[in-house]
Design a protein around this ligand. Structure first.
Ligand SMILES: [Zn+2]
Ligand SMILES: [Zn+2]
Length: 282
Protein backbone atom coordinates (compact mmCIF):
# COMPACT_ATOMS: atom_id res chain seq x y z
CA UNK A 1 0.00 0.00 0.00
CA UNK A 2 3.04 2.23 -0.09
CA UNK A 3 2.41 5.61 -1.62
CA UNK A 4 -1.36 5.41 -1.65
CA UNK A 5 -3.48 7.31 0.84
CA UNK A 6 -4.78 5.25 3.75
CA UNK A 7 -7.79 6.36 5.75
CA UNK A 8 -6.89 9.22 8.01
CA UNK A 9 -3.63 9.75 6.24
CA UNK A 10 -2.51 12.60 4.02
CA UNK A 11 -2.13 11.53 0.40
CA UNK A 12 1.21 11.93 -1.24
CA UNK A 13 0.01 12.33 -4.84
CA UNK A 14 3.49 12.34 -6.37
CA UNK A 15 4.14 8.80 -5.08
CA UNK A 16 1.11 7.12 -6.67
CA UNK A 17 1.96 5.26 -9.90
CA UNK A 18 0.14 5.60 -13.21
CA UNK A 19 -2.65 3.24 -14.19
CA UNK A 20 -1.05 0.70 -16.58
CA UNK A 21 -4.20 0.75 -18.74
CA UNK A 22 -4.28 4.56 -18.90
CA UNK A 23 -0.75 5.97 -19.03
CA UNK A 24 -0.66 9.46 -17.56
CA UNK A 25 -3.68 8.87 -15.32
CA UNK A 26 -2.78 8.48 -11.67
CA UNK A 27 -3.84 5.30 -9.87
CA UNK A 28 -6.17 5.64 -6.92
CA UNK A 29 -5.76 2.10 -5.53
CA UNK A 30 -4.25 -1.32 -6.18
CA UNK A 31 -6.38 -4.21 -7.40
CA UNK A 32 -6.95 -6.53 -4.43
CA UNK A 33 -6.68 -9.57 -6.71
CA UNK A 34 -3.67 -8.94 -8.97
CA UNK A 35 -1.99 -5.99 -7.26
CA UNK A 36 -1.88 -3.85 -10.42
CA UNK A 37 -2.42 -0.12 -9.88
CA UNK A 38 -5.77 1.13 -11.17
CA UNK A 39 -7.29 4.51 -11.95
CA UNK A 40 -10.83 5.50 -11.00
CA UNK A 41 -12.16 4.22 -14.36
CA UNK A 42 -10.51 0.81 -14.00
CA UNK A 43 -11.59 0.11 -10.42
CA UNK A 44 -14.61 -2.16 -10.07
CA UNK A 45 -15.98 -2.22 -6.54
CA UNK A 46 -16.61 -5.55 -4.78
CA UNK A 47 -17.81 -6.21 -1.24
CA UNK A 48 -14.27 -5.76 0.05
CA UNK A 49 -12.19 -3.17 -1.83
CA UNK A 50 -11.98 -3.01 -5.61
CA UNK A 51 -10.62 -5.19 -8.39
CA UNK A 52 -9.37 -4.03 -11.81
CA UNK A 53 -11.15 -4.44 -15.15
CA UNK A 54 -8.71 -7.20 -16.23
CA UNK A 55 -9.53 -9.27 -13.15
CA UNK A 56 -13.26 -8.63 -13.52
CA UNK A 57 -13.09 -10.02 -17.06
CA UNK A 58 -11.02 -13.02 -15.94
CA UNK A 59 -13.52 -13.82 -13.16
CA UNK A 60 -16.45 -13.57 -15.58
CA UNK A 61 -14.66 -16.08 -17.83
CA UNK A 62 -14.23 -18.49 -14.93
CA UNK A 63 -17.86 -18.34 -13.90
CA UNK A 64 -19.03 -19.22 -17.42
CA UNK A 65 -16.20 -20.99 -19.27
CA UNK A 66 -16.65 -21.08 -23.05
CA UNK A 67 -17.05 -24.43 -24.81
CA UNK A 68 -13.87 -26.21 -25.98
CA UNK A 69 -14.26 -25.22 -29.64
CA UNK A 70 -10.61 -25.89 -30.55
CA UNK A 71 -10.78 -29.41 -29.07
CA UNK A 72 -13.96 -30.15 -31.02
CA UNK A 73 -12.41 -28.64 -34.17
CA UNK A 74 -9.35 -30.91 -33.90
CA UNK A 75 -11.58 -33.98 -33.42
CA UNK A 76 -13.60 -32.95 -36.51
CA UNK A 77 -10.42 -32.55 -38.61
CA UNK A 78 -9.15 -35.98 -37.50
CA UNK A 79 -12.51 -37.60 -38.35
CA UNK A 80 -12.62 -35.94 -41.80
CA UNK A 81 -9.02 -36.97 -42.58
CA UNK A 82 -9.74 -40.53 -41.42
CA UNK A 83 -12.61 -40.79 -43.90
CA UNK A 84 -10.41 -39.13 -46.54
CA UNK A 85 -7.83 -41.88 -45.96
CA UNK A 86 -10.41 -44.46 -47.09
CA UNK A 87 -11.39 -42.49 -50.18
CA UNK A 88 -7.90 -41.44 -51.19
CA UNK A 89 -4.98 -43.31 -49.61
CA UNK A 90 -2.64 -41.19 -51.77
CA UNK A 91 -3.83 -37.98 -50.10
CA UNK A 92 -3.25 -39.55 -46.71
CA UNK A 93 0.25 -40.61 -47.71
CA UNK A 94 1.05 -36.98 -48.62
CA UNK A 95 0.38 -35.97 -44.99
CA UNK A 96 2.09 -38.87 -43.21
CA UNK A 97 5.37 -38.23 -41.41
CA UNK A 98 8.53 -40.25 -41.93
CA UNK A 99 11.92 -38.63 -41.24
CA UNK A 100 13.02 -39.36 -44.80
CA UNK A 101 10.12 -37.30 -46.19
CA UNK A 102 9.96 -34.45 -43.69
CA UNK A 103 13.05 -32.69 -45.00
CA UNK A 104 11.59 -31.70 -48.36
CA UNK A 105 7.96 -31.71 -47.16
CA UNK A 106 8.05 -30.19 -43.68
CA UNK A 107 4.25 -29.91 -43.25
CA UNK A 108 4.31 -33.63 -42.47
CA UNK A 109 5.73 -32.84 -39.01
CA UNK A 110 2.34 -31.36 -38.10
CA UNK A 111 -0.21 -33.00 -40.43
CA UNK A 112 0.66 -36.54 -39.35
CA UNK A 113 -0.77 -35.77 -35.90
CA UNK A 114 -4.22 -35.59 -37.50
CA UNK A 115 -4.01 -39.04 -39.14
CA UNK A 116 -4.84 -42.44 -37.64
CA UNK A 117 -4.05 -46.00 -38.58
CA UNK A 118 -7.25 -47.78 -37.45
CA UNK A 119 -10.70 -47.25 -35.97
CA UNK A 120 -9.37 -48.30 -32.59
CA UNK A 121 -6.45 -45.87 -32.88
CA UNK A 122 -8.61 -42.84 -33.72
CA UNK A 123 -11.33 -43.74 -31.20
CA UNK A 124 -8.82 -44.09 -28.37
CA UNK A 125 -6.94 -40.87 -29.21
CA UNK A 126 -10.10 -38.78 -29.73
CA UNK A 127 -11.59 -39.99 -26.47
CA UNK A 128 -8.41 -38.99 -24.65
CA UNK A 129 -8.27 -35.67 -26.54
CA UNK A 130 -11.87 -34.81 -25.67
CA UNK A 131 -11.41 -35.74 -22.06
CA UNK A 132 -8.19 -33.75 -21.55
CA UNK A 133 -9.00 -30.89 -23.94
CA UNK A 134 -12.23 -30.17 -22.08
CA UNK A 135 -10.15 -29.46 -18.98
CA UNK A 136 -7.10 -27.74 -20.50
CA UNK A 137 -8.73 -25.50 -23.13
CA UNK A 138 -10.85 -23.41 -20.70
CA UNK A 139 -7.87 -23.12 -18.34
CA UNK A 140 -5.44 -21.83 -20.98
CA UNK A 141 -7.85 -20.08 -23.36
CA UNK A 142 -8.50 -21.04 -26.98
CA UNK A 143 -5.46 -19.69 -28.81
CA UNK A 144 -2.97 -20.85 -26.15
CA UNK A 145 -4.55 -24.29 -26.24
CA UNK A 146 -4.27 -24.39 -30.05
CA UNK A 147 -0.60 -23.37 -29.85
CA UNK A 148 0.06 -25.99 -27.16
CA UNK A 149 -1.53 -28.69 -29.31
CA UNK A 150 0.32 -27.72 -32.50
CA UNK A 151 3.73 -27.36 -30.82
CA UNK A 152 3.29 -30.67 -28.94
CA UNK A 153 2.42 -32.39 -32.23
CA UNK A 154 5.54 -30.97 -33.91
CA UNK A 155 7.58 -31.87 -30.81
CA UNK A 156 6.38 -35.48 -31.13
CA UNK A 157 7.57 -35.67 -34.75
CA UNK A 158 10.85 -33.96 -33.83
CA UNK A 159 11.50 -36.67 -31.21
CA UNK A 160 10.87 -39.34 -33.86
CA UNK A 161 13.42 -37.56 -36.06
CA UNK A 162 15.96 -37.31 -33.24
CA UNK A 163 15.63 -41.04 -32.56
CA UNK A 164 17.29 -41.59 -35.97
CA UNK A 165 20.58 -40.63 -34.32
CA UNK A 166 20.17 -43.74 -32.12
CA UNK A 167 18.53 -46.01 -34.66
CA UNK A 168 19.32 -44.92 -38.25
CA UNK A 169 16.86 -47.45 -39.75
CA UNK A 170 13.92 -45.50 -38.26
CA UNK A 171 14.67 -42.77 -40.82
CA UNK A 172 12.32 -44.67 -43.15
CA UNK A 173 9.57 -45.51 -40.64
CA UNK A 174 6.23 -43.70 -40.92
CA UNK A 175 4.48 -42.43 -37.76
CA UNK A 176 0.86 -41.24 -37.54
CA UNK A 177 -1.47 -40.28 -34.73
CA UNK A 178 -2.48 -37.57 -32.29
CA UNK A 179 -0.92 -39.25 -29.28
CA UNK A 180 2.20 -37.03 -29.16
CA UNK A 181 -0.03 -33.96 -29.00
CA UNK A 182 -2.37 -35.64 -26.49
CA UNK A 183 0.65 -36.37 -24.29
CA UNK A 184 1.39 -32.62 -24.49
CA UNK A 185 -2.09 -32.00 -23.06
CA UNK A 186 -1.60 -34.53 -20.25
CA UNK A 187 1.66 -32.75 -19.45
CA UNK A 188 -0.27 -29.45 -19.44
CA UNK A 189 -2.63 -30.81 -16.77
CA UNK A 190 0.38 -31.75 -14.69
CA UNK A 191 1.91 -28.25 -15.01
CA UNK A 192 -1.40 -26.47 -14.34
CA UNK A 193 -2.04 -28.55 -11.21
CA UNK A 194 1.54 -28.23 -10.03
CA UNK A 195 1.64 -24.44 -10.47
CA UNK A 196 -1.66 -24.01 -8.64
CA UNK A 197 -0.48 -26.25 -5.80
CA UNK A 198 -2.96 -29.08 -6.46
CA UNK A 199 -2.28 -32.79 -6.05
CA UNK A 200 -0.62 -34.20 -9.19
CA UNK A 201 -0.60 -37.90 -8.26
CA UNK A 202 -3.50 -38.90 -10.52
CA UNK A 203 -2.13 -37.29 -13.68
CA UNK A 204 1.38 -38.63 -12.99
CA UNK A 205 0.04 -42.19 -12.64
CA UNK A 206 -1.92 -41.75 -15.87
CA UNK A 207 1.14 -40.39 -17.71
CA UNK A 208 3.28 -43.21 -16.34
CA UNK A 209 0.84 -45.95 -17.39
CA UNK A 210 0.55 -44.51 -20.89
CA UNK A 211 4.31 -44.06 -21.27
CA UNK A 212 4.95 -47.66 -20.18
CA UNK A 213 2.19 -48.86 -22.52
CA UNK A 214 4.02 -47.07 -25.35
CA UNK A 215 7.35 -48.63 -24.42
CA UNK A 216 6.13 -52.23 -24.26
CA UNK A 217 3.71 -52.20 -27.21
CA UNK A 218 5.30 -52.58 -30.62
CA UNK A 219 4.06 -50.22 -33.32
CA UNK A 220 3.47 -47.40 -30.82
CA UNK A 221 5.82 -44.44 -31.15
CA UNK A 222 6.95 -43.84 -27.59
CA UNK A 223 9.40 -41.28 -29.01
CA UNK A 224 6.47 -39.10 -30.12
CA UNK A 225 4.91 -39.47 -26.65
CA UNK A 226 8.10 -38.29 -24.93
CA UNK A 227 8.58 -35.42 -27.42
CA UNK A 228 4.99 -34.22 -27.06
CA UNK A 229 5.22 -34.45 -23.28
CA UNK A 230 8.44 -32.40 -23.01
CA UNK A 231 7.13 -29.69 -25.34
CA UNK A 232 3.78 -29.69 -23.50
CA UNK A 233 5.49 -29.06 -20.17
CA UNK A 234 7.62 -26.19 -21.52
CA UNK A 235 4.82 -24.47 -23.46
CA UNK A 236 2.30 -24.65 -20.60
CA UNK A 237 4.84 -23.50 -18.06
CA UNK A 238 5.76 -20.49 -20.26
CA UNK A 239 2.08 -19.56 -20.80
CA UNK A 240 1.17 -19.79 -17.12
CA UNK A 241 4.28 -17.82 -16.08
CA UNK A 242 3.53 -15.12 -18.68
CA UNK A 243 -0.10 -14.82 -17.57
CA UNK A 244 0.80 -13.97 -13.97
CA UNK A 245 -0.26 -10.34 -13.44
CA UNK A 246 2.57 -7.84 -13.63
CA UNK A 247 2.12 -4.46 -12.02
CA UNK A 248 3.14 -2.20 -14.87
CA UNK A 249 1.49 -4.27 -17.63
CA UNK A 250 -2.11 -4.71 -18.66
CA UNK A 251 -3.50 -8.16 -19.35
CA UNK A 252 -3.66 -7.19 -23.04
CA UNK A 253 0.05 -6.32 -23.24
CA UNK A 254 0.92 -9.59 -21.48
CA UNK A 255 -1.24 -11.41 -24.03
CA UNK A 256 0.91 -9.92 -26.83
CA UNK A 257 4.04 -11.03 -25.03
CA UNK A 258 2.64 -14.56 -24.81
CA UNK A 259 2.01 -14.48 -28.58
CA UNK A 260 5.60 -13.38 -29.25
CA UNK A 261 6.91 -16.16 -27.02
CA UNK A 262 4.67 -18.70 -28.82
CA UNK A 263 6.22 -17.66 -32.15
CA UNK A 264 9.67 -17.89 -30.54
CA UNK A 265 8.96 -21.46 -29.38
CA UNK A 266 7.84 -22.42 -32.88
CA UNK A 267 11.09 -20.92 -34.25
CA UNK A 268 13.12 -23.00 -31.77
CA UNK A 269 11.37 -26.21 -32.89
CA UNK A 270 11.97 -25.37 -36.56
CA UNK A 271 15.64 -24.61 -35.84
CA UNK A 272 15.98 -27.95 -33.99
CA UNK A 273 14.43 -29.82 -36.95
CA UNK A 274 16.70 -28.03 -39.38
CA UNK A 275 19.77 -28.72 -37.24
CA UNK A 276 18.89 -32.40 -36.85
CA UNK A 277 18.53 -32.84 -40.61
CA UNK A 278 21.79 -30.99 -41.23
CA UNK A 279 23.57 -33.54 -38.98
CA UNK A 280 21.63 -36.61 -40.17
CA UNK A 281 22.02 -36.19 -43.91
CA UNK A 282 25.65 -35.02 -43.81
ZN1 LIG B 1 -6.56 -7.03 -11.09
ZN1 LIG C 1 -7.15 3.04 -15.80
Amino acid sequence: MSGLPQYGQRSDASAAPDCPRHPGVRAVDYCKRCGRPMCIDCAIPTEVRSICVDCAQELRRRVSPSSPVVTIGIIAICAILYVMGWISPAAERALTFAPVLGYSEPWRFLTTAFLHASVFHIAFNMLALYWVGRAVEPALGHWRFAVLYILSAIGGSLAVLLWCFVQPASFFTATVGASGAVFGLFAAIFVLQRMSGSDTTAVLVLLGINLVYGFITSGVSWQAHVGGMIVGVLVTWAFVALAKPRRGMTAKVQEWWARAVALGMLAVLIAAIWGAYALLVS
